[in-house]
Write a protein of this length. Structure first.
Length: 148
């Protein structure tokens, strides 16, 4: 694996290609960026996991997540079934649940990652989140009330 800074630069290059200043997207921690793709907020992370002693234990990961909506309070069985059925048709990403939120997520190892893959992931995560956020919110929001 190359030094992790190489992967940071790949992400920043893609952000620049999308016409945005990467400095405006940087998060609080090194290897984190936040931006909008269409109507979707997107969170980007390049990181390595550490053990309890602070030693790196793997080659690192490139992850993108976009919040789609909160889990609805009603019709949850139907909602989760629909997410699983949609997942079958998605490429390189999937719906995931974290706490009370539903996200589009992609994660892969850094090893052999190329900038074209980073761009493809930006496009997929942004497009799918932008496509499904309004559809799912409209379908599973109760009488104009936002999901809880």
């Amino acid at each position: 694996m190359q030094p992790i800074q190489v992967y940071y630069q790949m992400v920043e290059n893609v952000i620049k290609e999308l016409g945005v200043d990467p400095a405006l997207c940087r998060g609080q921690n090194l290897g984190q960026w936040n931006m909008k793709l269409g109507s979707a907020s997107v969170w980007i992370d390049v990181f390595q996991s550490k053990d309890q002693n602070g030693n790196f234990i793997d080659g690192g990961y490139f992850q993108m997540m976009a919040p789609v909506m909160d889990v609805p309070t009603e019709r949850q069985g139907e909602f989760f079934q629909e997410l699983l059925e949609i997942n079958h048709n998605l490429y390189g990403v999937a719906f995931t649940k974290f706490q009370n939120g539903i996200y589009i997520k992609s994660i892969r190892e850094l090893d052999n990652l190329e900038q074209s893959e980073v761009m493809a992931t930006f496009n997929r995560v942004g497009r799918y989140a932008d496509q499904y956020d309004d559809v799912l919110k409209t379908k599973y929001t109760v009488a104009g009330r936002a999901p809880q």
